[in-house]
Design a protein around this ligand. Structure first.
Ligand code: HEM
Length: 328
């Protein structure tokens, strides 16, 4: 065997070990149309509901951060006490019907083969592409988890966390500070409810007066946000997370963060820290050269693949559910 072949074999071995049983094209023999079926369901749903793509992208993140990417967020069964889905941290999460619909088609086509956790991961990728973001290969082969409990979501990153807390919560999931910035870049699409805004706009330091807002908000942008989410107004009103190009998956969210135009507090916090600030800046188009130093879209895709590896279950601690909202 040539030296390069030996190196490649060792390299591939390590790659497989680090991601467990996950592999691109895991269903290519057992359910060759699996990815096409998920893609069909997501595309059809997105045609009728512009909120679908951001919801499905968020669903994958919310799933992965609690008990790993194992579909634990999907459980909605009366026989389960306090399932994870009802957790405070999962406020506003949606897309469940589309995952269940894809599962129904898949069970008809190849029963007992494709996990719900994989459907969520594939749907998130398709959502990114539909919004104009990068295509990336999704590693599959996850099993569905056997646990779903609200209390396990207690430690999810919170909109009002400090940058140090956000960094450590991501670090605990094996994600770097750079990946924190990249993944938060997902807020280039979608909306947030005014529910998440009062502290940032009216009670940032706990003085509870209308001048007590996050000093990082651009003074021109502050009245815009306050108008959209007035004090004691309707907390269900939804506002774009990317105030400039909300429906397009691009790098505008990072420019917004740089310009003090982040909408939710946790996005703004990325500019509080020397390292994460530098990462944001490295992706932002500089006005003179108009060339970013790194490719946000490409790096975002890699960070998504890495997030998809969090806490993946295998046959020893997981199953292939028949219905995504119930354990077998
Ligand atoms: C620091 C971590 C994060 C925090 C604190 C956070 C917080 C939030 C909040 C408060 C909302 C608004 C929810 C609503 O009103 O329904 C939201 C929406 C969203 N988040 Fe995050 N998020 C974080 C990371 C992520 C990551 C890693 C992703 C994906 C990779 C993501 C994707 C999304 C998307 C796409 C939406 C829009 C959902 C919609 O339009 O329904 N978020 N996030």
């Amino acid at each position: 065997m040539k030296k390069t072949q030996v190196f490649l074999t060792i390299f591939m071995f390590h790659l497989c070990v680090s991601k467990g049983q996950l592999q691109v094209g895991y269903y290519s023999e057992t359910c060759p149309n699996a990815e096409a079926i998920v893609n069909y369901v997501v595309s059809e749903a997105a045609k009728h509901d512009p909120r679908m793509a951001p919801m499905l992208l968020r669903l994958h993140y919310q799933d992965c951060f609690v008990e790993g990417c194992d579909g634990s967020i999907l459980i909605n069964d009366e026989s389960v006490t306090n399932p994870e889905r009802g957790a405070y941290a999962h406020q506003g999460v949606g897309g469940f019907e589309q995952i269940e619909k894809a599962k129904l088609f898949l069970e008809y086509t190849c029963p007992g083969v494709v996990s719900c956790a994989d459907i969520v991961a594939l749907a998130a990728r398709d959502a990114v592409v539909l919004a104009g973001g990068p295509f990336y290969e999704v590693e599959t082969g996850r099993r569905d988890g056997l646990i779903s409990n609200q209390s396990l979501a207690d430690d999810m990153p919170d909109v009002d966390d400090s940058i140090d807390t956000l960094k450590s919560k991501f670090m605990n999931k094996g994600l770097s500070e750079k990946e924190l910035v990249l993944l938060i870049g997902a807020h280039t699409i979608g909306t947030a409810a005014c529910f998440f805004m009062p502290k940032r706009l009216y009670d940032f330091t706990g003085q509870n007066n209308s001048c007590d807002s996050d000093p990082e908000i651009n003074p021109y942008f502050l009245p815009v946000l306050k108008q959209k989410c007035p004090k004691d107004g309707d907390i269900n009103v939804r506002i774009p997370l990317d105030a400039e190009t909300n429906e397009k998956f691009d790098d505008q969210i990072l420019r917004n963060i740089k310009n003090g135009m982040a909408v939710i507090a946790s996005d703004a916090r990325l500019y509080d820290d020397t390292f994460t600030k530098q990462v944001v800046n490295s992706y932002v188009y500089e006005s003179i050269w108009n060339i970013p130093t790194s490719s946000f879209l490409q790096d975002f895709a890699m960070a998504m693949v890495k997030m998809g590896r969090i806490g993946v279950k295998d046959d020893s601690n997981g199953e292939i559910r028949q219905v995504c909202s119930s354990f077998n």
